[in-house]
Design a protein around this ligand. Structure first.
Ligand code: GDP
Ligand code: IMO
Ligand code: MG
Length: 429
C-alpha cells in the first residue's frame, strides 16, 4: 500500500493519533501535512500515554521516519519540548527519525500573542481557538510575509525575526495588547536554530523517493474535515487544509499517488466539538455527561491540547456522508465504541429538516447549518463491555447493526473499530 491518508471525519479528536499508531508499525514514513500544535494526538501503549502535538504519531514505533511537512506551521519551542518529552520516554529522537520540511512555516511568540488579542477582540463571537498562534501564522503565510523553517539557516535571520516582531507589535498595540520585547525572542530563537538545524530537510523530495520505490507512506491529518478552512463550518474552522487533498500540497507529493491511495476516515461513535460553531446533534445535561465523562479517565472528552471540556452529541450521519464525499474515504474506522456500552438506545442523525422539508444532504455544505434540525433513527443499545473484544463476530449484534447503519449512510466499509484507548484495543473487520 503506497499511500494511506488518515483524516478526521468530524471536528477533530476522533482518535486519529491512536489509529495512525496502529498502522504505523508497517510504514516507512509517517507524515503530518497540516496544522501545528493546535493538534493533540494521544497514543496509549500499555500504561504509557503519549500526547503528541507536532511530531507524527508514528514516532512511537521504531520503523517509520517521522516527517513534519511543508503544510505545517511549527512553533520551535513546542517542537523541542515535545522532542525532549519523547526522548525522556525512551523514543529515539535523531535526524534519522525526524525530518523537518525547510518549507514549513514558523510560529513565533508574536503569532501566539496575536491569536489571543484577536480572540479577545471577537468577544462573544470568538472562534474558541487553541491559542497556539495558528490563524496568525497562516495569515502571514498567505500574505507572503512569514518566516519559514529554511529562514532559520539564513545569515540575516535575527534581523528578519526582529522586523517580524516589530511589525506584529504595531498590530498588537492597535488591538490594545501589550507589545513583545524583541531581544528575549532573538535569544530564544538562537537556541532553536542550533538545536533544529540537523533536522531540516527537503521532505518533499525524500517522501517522493519513498513512494517511487513502492514504500508505504502514512499521512496523518490533524483536526478534522469539518474544521477545514474551505470545506468546514466556516468561520468556525482552523486555518489549514485538513482534508485528504491537503496531503498533496502539504507534503509536496504528486497527485498521481492518489491513484491507489487508501483514504481512511476516522470517526467517533458519537460526535464531539471543542470551540464555537454549529453542532446540530449536540446534547446537554445528563446525557452529555455520560458521553463526555467526568474527566476522571484520560480518554474522557477534555481537550488534549487545552483541557477544555468538549461539546458532545449523537453521531451526525449527514455530516459523515459529506466528509466521505469531500475526502473520498475508501474506508472508515469507528473509535470509542466502548463508550456506547450501557445505553438503552442510541440515536443516529440520518437527515435534517428545515421549514417542514426533509433533506438527506445539505444544500450548501456545513456552513449553512443554521435552522436545520436533525432527523434521528433510533437503535437498540447493548449492555456488554466490549473493551476486551478483539474479534468482529464477538461484538454484540446491536453494535454490529449500529456499525452497519453508519457504513450504509457513508457508503463505505468499516475496516476497524476501537474499543479502548490502548494500542491493542482494536477490532479489525
Ligand atoms: P486525535 O486528536 O484524533 O488524535 O484524538 P485525541 O487523542 O485528541 O482524542 C481521542 C481520545 O480518545 C484520547 O484520549 C484517546 O486516548 C481516546 N481514545 C481513542 N480511541 C478510543 C477508544 O476506542 N475508546 C476510548 N475509551 N478512548 C479512546
Ligand atoms: P486534533 O488534531 C479539535 C479547533 C479549535 C477551534 C478551531 C480553531 O487534536 O484533532 P485553531 O487554534 O486551530 O485556530 O482553532 O479549531 N481545533 C481543534 N479541535 N481537535 C483539534 O486537533 C483541533 N485543532 C483546532 O478548538 O474551534
Ligand atoms: Mg486531539
Amino acid at each position: 500500500m503506497p499511500l494511506q491518508i488518515i483524516v478526521g471525519a468530524q471536528w477533530g479528536d476522533e482518535g486519529k493519533g491512536r489509529i495512525v499508531d496502529w498502522f504505523a508499525a508497517q510504514a516507512d514514513v509517517v507524515a503530518r501535512y497540516n496544522g501545528g500544535d493546535n493538534a493533540g494526538h494521544s497514543v496509549t501503549v500499555g500504561t504509557q500515554l503519549f500526547k503528541l502535538h507536532l511530531v507524527p504519531s508514528g514516532i512511537i514505533h521504531s520503523r517509520p521516519v517521522a516527517v513534519l511537512g511543508n503544510g505545517m506551521v511549527i512553533n520551535p519551542e513546542s517542537l523541542l519540548k515535545e522532542m525532549d518529552m519523547l526522548q525522556a520516554l525512551g523514543v529515539e529522537i535523531s535526524p534519522r527519525r525526524i525530518r523537518l520540511s525547510h518549507a514549513a512555516h514558523l510560529i513565533t511568540p508574536a503569532h501566539r500573542a496575536l491569536d489571543a488579542a484577536l480572540e479577545a477582540r471577537r468577544g462573544k463571537g470568538n472562534i474558541g481557538t487553541t491559542g497556539r498562534g495558528i490563524g496568525p501564522a497562516y495569515t502571514d503565510k498567505a500574505a507572503r510575509t512569514n518566516l519559514r523553517i529554511a529562514d532559520l539557516l539564513a545569515p540575516d535571520f535575527a534581523g528578519r525575526l526582529a522586523s517580524h516582531i516589530a511589525a506584529a507589535n504595531n498590530t498588537l498595540q492597535s488591538l490594545d495588547a501589550p507589545a513583545l520585547e524583541i531581544q528575549p525572542v532573538l535569544d530564544q530563537f538562537a537556541e532553536y536554530v542550533r538545536r533544529l538545524t540537523p533536522f531540516i530537510a527537503d521532505t518533499s523530495a525524500e517522501t517522493c523517493e519513498v513512494l517511487a520505490r513502492g514504500g508505504y507512506v502514512l499521512a496523518e491529518g490533524a483536526q478534522g474535515t469539518l474544521l477545514d478552512l474551505d470545506h468546514g463550518t466556516y468561520p468556525f474552522v482552523t486555518s489549514s487544509a485538513t482534508i485528504a487533498a491537503g496531503v498533496f500540497s502539504g507534503l509536496g507529493i504528486g497527485i498521481t499517488a492518489a491513484r491507489d491511495a487508501v483514504v481512511t476516515g476516522v470517526c467517533k461513535s458519537f460526535q464531539t466539538r471543542v470551540g464555537s460553531g454549529p453542532f446540530p446533534t449536540e446534547v446537554f445535561d445528563d446525557l452529555a455527561l455520560r458521553l463526555r465523562g467526568t474527566g476522571a479517565n484520560p480518554w474522557d472528552e477534555y481537550g488534549t491540547t487545552t483541557g477544555r471540556a468538549r461539546r458532545v452529541g449523537w453521531l451526525d450521519g449527514v455530516l459523515l456522508r459529506y466528509a466521505t464525499r469531500i475526502n473520498g474515504f475508501t474506508e472508515l474506522v469507528i473509535t470509542k465504541m466502548d463508550i456506547l456500552s450501557g445505553f438503552e438506545t442510541l440515536k443516529l442523525c440520518v437527515a435534517y429538516t428545515k421549514d417542514g422539508q426533509t433533506t438527506p444532504d445539505l444544500p450548501f455544505g456545513p456552513t449553512e447549518l443554521e435552522g436545520y434540525e436533525p432527523v434521528y433513527e433510533t437503535f437498540p443499545g447493548w449492555s456488554e463491555d466490549v473493551s476486551n473484544l478483539r474479534n468482529w463476530d464477538d461484538l454484540p449484534l446491536a453494535a454490529r447493526d449500529y456499525l452497519a447503519a453508519i457504513s450504509r449512510l457513508a457508503g463505505v466499509p468499516v475496516r476497524l473499530v476501537s474499543v479502548g484507548p490502548e494500542r491493542e484495543q482494536i477490532v479489525p473487520r
